[in-house]
Design a protein around this ligand. Structure first.
Ligand SMILES: Cc1cc2nc3c(=O)[nH]c(=O)nc-3n(C[C@H](O)[C@H](O)[C@H](O)COP(=O)(O)O)c2cc1C
Length: 243
């Protein structure tokens, strides 16, 4: 038996003794943060109404991985649209600690947090930020130009550092483990694919390009965005820029 291949198979019927079944509390849908941190407002969902006439068939036809970006900055409204389409909240039920987003997720567990390495976005200083999806705002993690570090952390993939912004998706596995125990990992990987596909299509809709990136140095990437590598770690990332 190839143990690594087994990861792709379903053992759903073997799920038992989960923390949910034991009555342990459901983990929060959003990672807590210091309320005194610098928080940046994002344009609201209502402001995307001009995108309603986008032709989905053309988006799907034209979508491809793009590794060459212009020097034009993204506007805050464009960034806001991309964040909403990848992890935006459609419904939050606080008494059950349940969230429904623009993307699907196994058991609605939604294990991902979105970090941004911002390099060229209008009215935002270069640095590392986290998307606060419940509030639809950005949380500043640290200021600075991290384009060199992000190239190093992606094993020398230059185009990643030349983008306007890199979306970095870090999983908090316990959000899924609480419900699905050992079956969580395939589900988490599948969830990541849905998020990135929405980024491909929504980027295309606003004349931006992106490219999924799974080849990266785990330790360097985790360190760059400031996660511990155990309870939270990077699974997938995608640079975005104007084309
Ligand atoms: C899971 C996954 C990981 C990928 N990782 C990388 C990567 O690290 N670097 C890269 O340049 N492209 C990466 N890609 C992009 C693929 O190379 C690309 O999707 C493929 O060549 C097909 O081209 P298309 O997306 O233009 O149709 C990845 C794509 C997926 C789905």
């Amino acid at each position: 038996m190839n143990k690594t291949r087994e990861f792709l198979k379903s053992r759903w019927h073997e799920i038992k003794n989960t923390d949910r079944q034991k009555g342990l509390p459901k983990p929060p849908v959003e990672k807590p943060y210091d309320k005194n941190s610098k928080i940046i407002d994002l344009p609201s969902f209502d402001e995307f109404s001009n995108l309603e006439n986008i032709n989905l068939v053309n988006l799907i036809l034209n979508r491809r991985s793009r590794r060459s970006f212009s020097d034009l900055p993204l506007t805050l409204k464009e960034l806001s649209f991309l964040l909403w389409s990848t992890q935006g909240v459609k419904k939050y039920i606080p008494e059950k600690e349940v969230v429904f987003r623009t993307v699907p997720s196994a058991g609605a567990c939604h294990p991902f947090e979105t970090y941004l390495v911002i390099n060229n976005v209008e009215n935002i200083e270069k640095g590392i930020y986290r998307y606060l999806s419940l509030e639809h705002k950005l949380l500043l993690i640290k200021l600075g130009d991290f384009s060199k570090e992000v190239i190093e952390a992606t094993l020398g993939q230059q185009f990643v550092g030349k983008s306007a912004v890199v979306f970095v998706w870090a999983a908090i596995p316990y959000r899924t483990e609480w419900k699905y125990a050992q079956e969580s990992y395939k589900a988490i990987a599948l969830d990541a694919g849905h998020i990135c596909q929405n980024l491909y299509l929504s980027a295309e809709a606003i004349k931006c390009g992106t490219c999924a990136v799974a080849a990266y140095d785990q330790e360097k990437m985790d360190k760059l965005i400031g996660v511990d590598g155990n309870d939270e770690f990077v699974v997938y990332l995608a640079p975005v820029g104007k084309i």
